[in-house]
Design a protein around this ligand. Structure first.
Ligand code: URA
Length: 231
């Protein structure tokens, strides 16, 4: 555990102890409040135990047998923008990081085309373990793993979510239509605007669909109040 995480844990424990012993008010100077507001590590400290429990999760026996790594998520825990994919593939399983294979390279290019850097957004998947042969996640696997993603969203509080492909879209939205019909339209997940779009792996097979994804990303940038970079 890093030193900062220890400080955060000890501070939380001390505040809880004060509350238990009846303290109802603590005065904090405006400068300290400002400093606290700038502490991204507070969210990483909250994510750390969730990641630790995902890493030892054994709810999906087939995935547990095959996995090399549990792929929790990567990026800025204070990101305004969160991308959610389906599940780790072979490269992600080996490296322990989402979207690092061919589809990941394309996602990184999309992020860069938006004028952002990969480390400025947060990237996660619905499943944290690779399904064998990259098969589509089973409904019970999604149900087992979804609480991790929901906690990530709750802690990170992105301003906008991009759901990459049908699995991410179906995990978060109660929609019956396919991704081709749904993409490009805004939906809401727990008050957060969510844009479903095509998965980068689909774009590798159907490069003509990049045009639509770029339209969707322009809408995302507009929603974030950011300028659309010239291409
Ligand atoms: N496809 C996904 O949905 N997620 C990854 O991390 C890699 C490929």
């Amino acid at each position: 555990m890093s030193k900062l995480n220890e400080i955060v844990d000890e501070t939380i424990a001390a505040l809880e102890e004060m509350r238990r012993s009846g303290v109802t008010n603590v005065s904090v100077s405006p400068a300290t409040l400002e400093e606290l507001g700038r502490l991204p590590k507070v969210v990483s400290a909250q994510l750390a135990p969730i990641e630790a429990s995902a890493k030892v999760c054994v709810k999906c026996p087939e995935l547990v047998r095959c996995r090399h790594n549990v792929v929790f998520g990567v990026g800025d825990p204070h990101a305004e923008l969160m991308f959610i994919g389906e599940a780790p593939g072979r490269d992600e399983d080996l490296e322990g990081e989402p979207f690092v294979g061919r589809a990941g390279e394309l996602l990184t290019k999309i992020i860069q085309a938006m004028g952002l850097k990969r480390h400025e957004v947060y990237i996660a998947n619905v499943l944290k373990c690779r399904p064998p042969e990259n098969r589509t996640p089973l409904p019970e696997e999604v149900a087992n793993c979804l609480p991790y993603l929901l906690t990530q969203i709750e802690l990170i509080k992105p301003k906008v979510i991009v759901a990459l492909g049908a699995t991410a879209m179906k995990a978060l939205l109660d929609v019956q239509l396919g991704i081709t019909k749904i993409r490009g339209n805004w939906y809401t997940f727990r008050d957060i605007p969510i844009m479903p779009t095509f998965h980068p792996a689909y774009l590798l097979r159907n490069p003509a669909a990049k045009k639509e994804v770029w339209q969707d990303m322009q809408a995302v940038l507009a929603k974030l109040g950011r300028e659309v970079p010239k291409r």
